[in-house]
Design a protein around this ligand. Structure first.
Ligand SMILES: Nc1nc2c(c(=O)[nH]1)N[C@H]1C(S)=C(S)[C@@H](COP(=O)(O)OP(=O)(O)OC[C@H]3O[C@@H](n4cnc5c(=O)[nH]c(N)nc54)[C@H](O)[C@@H]3O)O[C@H]1N2
Ligand SMILES: Nc1nc2c(c(=O)[nH]1)N[C@H]1C(S)=C(S)[C@@H](COP(=O)(O)OP(=O)(O)OC[C@H]3O[C@@H](n4cnc5c(=O)[nH]c(N)nc54)[C@H](O)[C@@H]3O)O[C@H]1N2
Ligand code: SF4
Ligand SMILES: [Mo]
Length: 711
């Protein structure tokens, strides 16, 4: 028996786990690490399934090559020879933009893909870079970039010290928190209550978090920006604006006052479904000590995602709760991005077909199908997916899936043969989470305490590490062929990181370990990787500290409270106010504790308990529409149509139906046998690729007009 202490790489909570293995290297137990400095023994069902993931017989253990429509296992040499034969001619004949990339969510939980993926994408030099960000948090990068000058400067709720938490569009008791790294959310929310504080949830569904909260407002989907503006309006109208210490760092306060003027509680109430009196009270309560507003995916993947993301931080500023303990604070991670920080810019290029602006170096994935289907110079002819499953996770997935079959060439770097990788010509798998080192480079930037924890690989891997895979692909797109010297490329990458950090490059390590070591040495704490290696339960650098003005990177050096690119979208919101409140049926999503977007449904422990992929319908709507609990409904939107079992429940508000995303595992040719037994339906057949948050191009995944009828 051996015991290893690892940080769970499956979600943003970064829990410390204790993994026990027997003499045959079989995982016999996974439990929470009581000594972890941050998670203190917390674990969820996904973390407990790390062994099941590691031992999943469907997980790929060799590259797959499509020959005559069938996948066959091949050697790495054969896989790279095929790529070297087919990819460079496309680049030569059609240019760099002819090859697109889609980078999915697990890549952000994987240091090899985070640090070396960017090397590949840079070498590729394509404007057609897409990622899960544009079906997720991109509006928050947009608001942080325009307000604070740095799209990564996202303030997080200081959960352990706050006394009043207003949550919009998040269900952290199920998701375990997002843009808020905080293991054991339930314990921390209980802490708010124990301090005599209060939790208020705004969500069209009575989620677990809403049930736990002191107050729940079942808002009409897509109307958060109206509600938030009304809260701002009340603060000004009742003379409650008090930014305190921040006052001297602010630009645009008067503009915000003017912008908020039409959005009175009475004007927004019919749209949001929340009474004007309630809105006034909610606003007043935000002025109490240690109050904070937090918005998540329900506020970003909607028609006014950027405005809503902006107003969340505006409210924290107006109430004096930005950058103060118990409010919304900026973490200071041990590894900081190296190099000169430049003020944020958007629209440096535009998508070819729909003219959508680039934001943080990417284009909206909602337009990837357009770029593949539309002939002309710059047409996408090849695609590399890296840890992404866009055929289940992006809007109008049916159209995208069909478009993928028209590509000249496709590579998937993925651990499964699934709904997306089945379209590829070559699939390159990577090691399991236990076979690679782990460090939460991204999520420590969003952590409610400043912590760091390095996890060495628990087991040796029979597969190449994914940083080597990224460098091999880099070699091919850089014209060095399949035999490029990976070690030399790695030295080159490390030298670049060292140079930007103002350090001498080191030679005692390779791969991500060396880069993390360099970034730690350049970071704000006096630590090296060796120090973290000596602390298997993590190192705690303490609670968050105020960072304004040092964190600001705007051209003015101040907080831009009314940034022009966001203000420009406010007239679109005013038009909503002028319309009569809409009461048609709309679709929202939902997450379950035992899921992880689309890719963990192949693990038996996580799919026990039957089909969770139902359409939830309020009893009043069910009666009106003739739907019965357990019956089958047909759900239709502009983009598509599907049939799904009905669950009648007053968890959802009237006028709203909910289907979870990430299901629909019955595609021909995928190899996920457990998932196939309980496939569910793909809710992104219904979401609409033409329906976007305008400034950021983020897909609207909540608030999709649908018709529902008995099937
Ligand atoms: N309707 C609707 N759609 C949504 C959402 C929603 O709320 N509603 N949520 C959106 C959000 S927030 C996100 S982040 C996206 C997620 O969208 P994606 O990132 O596209 O999808 P995932 O389901 O995370 O798929 C991850 C893929 O990575 C593979 N993978 C897992 N681990 C590894 C690894 O270590 N290495 C490699 N190479 N591959 C690996 C899996 O097999 C899978 O194919 O979905 C979005 N889609
Ligand atoms: N168990 C589990 N955990 C996960 C994931 C998973 O798939 N399963 N995915 C991970 C990923 S990639 C992410 S990004 C995070 C997401 O983390 P969260 O944002 O906490 O995730 P959700 O549970 O989707 O919560 C969004 C909530 O918004 C609500 N909502 C929908 N439309 C609206 C609206 O218009 N207004 C308001 N106010 N609310 C609305 C939904 O009902 C839902 O309860 O979760 C991560 N953690
Ligand atoms: S909450 Fe997230 S990090 Fe913690 S065990 Fe579960 S999946 Fe892993
Ligand atoms: Mo996400």
């Amino acid at each position: 028996m051996t015991t290893a202490h690892v940080t769970c790489p499956l979600c943003e909570a970064t829990c410390g786990l204790e993994v026990t293995l027997d003499a045959n290297q079989q995982v016999t137990r996974v439990r929470g690490d009581e000594q972890d400095v941050f998670s203190r023994g917390y674990i969820c069902p996904k973390g407990a399934s790390l062994g099941a993931l590691h031992h999943d017989p469907d997980r790929l253990i060799a590259p797959l090559l499509k020959r005559d429509g069938e996948f066959v296992e091949v050697s790495w040499q054969e896989a790279y020879d095929e790529i070297a034969r087919r990819l460079p001619p496309i680049l030569e004949q059609h240019g760099r933009d002819a090859v697109a990339v889609y980078a999915g969510n697990p890549g952000v939980h994987n240091i090899a893909l985070t640090l070396y993926g960017r090397v590949l994408y840079k070498a590729l030099g394509t404007k057609n870079f897409y990622s899960a960000t544009s079906v997720d948090q991109l509006p928050k990068h947009f608001s942080a970039g325009t307000m604070f000058g740095d799209p990564l400067a996202i303030p997080v709720p200081d959960l352990d010290r706050t006394r009043h938490l207003l949550i919009l569009g998040a269900n952290p008791l199920v998701s375990n928190g997002s843009l808020m790294t905080a293991p054991d959310i339930r314990g921390r929310l209980r802490g708010i209550r124990d301090r005599g504080g209060k939790i208020v949830v705004v969500d069209p569904r009575r989620t677990r978090t809403a049930q736990f909260a002191d107050e729940h407002h079942a808002i009409r989907p897509g109307t958060d920006a109206l509600l938030l503006f009304a809260l701002v309006n009340v603060l000004f109208a009742e003379d409650l604006v008090a930014p305190g210490r921040l006052e001297e760092h602010l630009d645009g306060l008067d503009d915000v006052r003017e912008l908020a003027r039409p959005f009175t509680p009475d004007a927004v109430a019919p749209h949001t479904g929340i009474g004007a009196g309630e809105i006034r009270r909610m606003a007043r309560e935000l002025t109490s000590d240690n109050a904070v507003v937090y918005g998540r995916i329900g506020t970003t993947t909607q028609a006014f995602g950027t405005i809503a993301s902006w107003l969340v931080d505006v409210l924290n500023v107006l109430t004096g709760h930005l950058d103060t303990p118990g409010g919304a604070m900026f973490p200071l991670a041990a590894c900081q991005p190296t190099g000169n920080r430049r003020p944020f810019a958007v629209g440096r290029w535009h998508s070819r077909v729909r003219g959508l602006p680039e934001v943080v170096g990417e284009l909206p994935v909602a337009t990837l199908a357009d770029e593949i289907e539309t002939p002309g110079e710059g047409q996408v002819r090849a695609l590399i997916t890296v840890s992404g499953n866009p055929c289940l996770s992006t809007p109008n997935a049916g159209r995208l899936a069909a478009a993928l079959d028209t590509l000249d060439f496709m590579i998937s770097v993925d651990v499964y043969l699934n709904e997306t990788s089945r379209h590829a010509d070559v699939i390159l798998p990577g090691p399991s989470p236990l076979e690679r080192p782990h460090f939460d480079l991204a999520f420590y930037q969003l952590s409610i305490r400043n912590v760091a924890n390095w996890t060495p690989a628990t087991l040796p891997s029979a597969l190449p590490q994914e940083w080597e895979t990224m460098l091999r692909l880099t070699g091919i797109v850089a014209g060095q062929g399949p035999e490029a010297d990976v070690a030399a490329l790695d030295d080159f990458v490390a030298a670049d990181v060292a140079r930007r950090a103002g350090l001498e490059v080191t030679h005692d390590r390779t791969g991500p370990a060396r880069l993390v070591d360099l970034m730690l040495r350049a970071g704000p704490y006096d630590v090296t990787l060796a120090d973290l290696e000596a602390a298997p339960h993590g190192v705690d650098f303490g609670p968050l500290k105020p960072r304004i003005p040092e964190v600001l990177c705007t051209a003015s050096g101040r907080i831009e409270l009314a940034p022009e690119p966001i203000v420009a979208d406010v007239p679109r919101l005013r038009e909503e106010l002028a319309k009569t409140a809409d009461d048609g049926l709309v679709l929202i999503g939902r997450r379950h504790l035992s899921s992880n977007n689309s890719w963990m449904h192949n693990l038996a422990p996580l799919v026990r308990g039957g089909n969770r992929c139902t359409v939830q319908v309020h009893p009043a709507d069910a009666t009106r529409l003739g739907l019965t609990d357990g019956g089958l409904a047909s759900v239709t939107s502009r983009a598509g149509k599907l049939q799904v079992p009905v669950e009648v429940t007053d968890e959802v508000r009237p006028g709203v139906v909910s289907i979870p995303h990430g299901w629909g595992h019955d595609a021909d040719g995928s190899r996920t046998r457990v998932a196939r037994a309980n496939p569910g339906v793909n809710s992104n057949l219904l979401t609409d690729e033409t329906f976007l948050d305008r400034p950021s191009g983020t897909s609207v995944l909540n608030g999709i007009p649908v018709e529902v009828a008995p099937a």
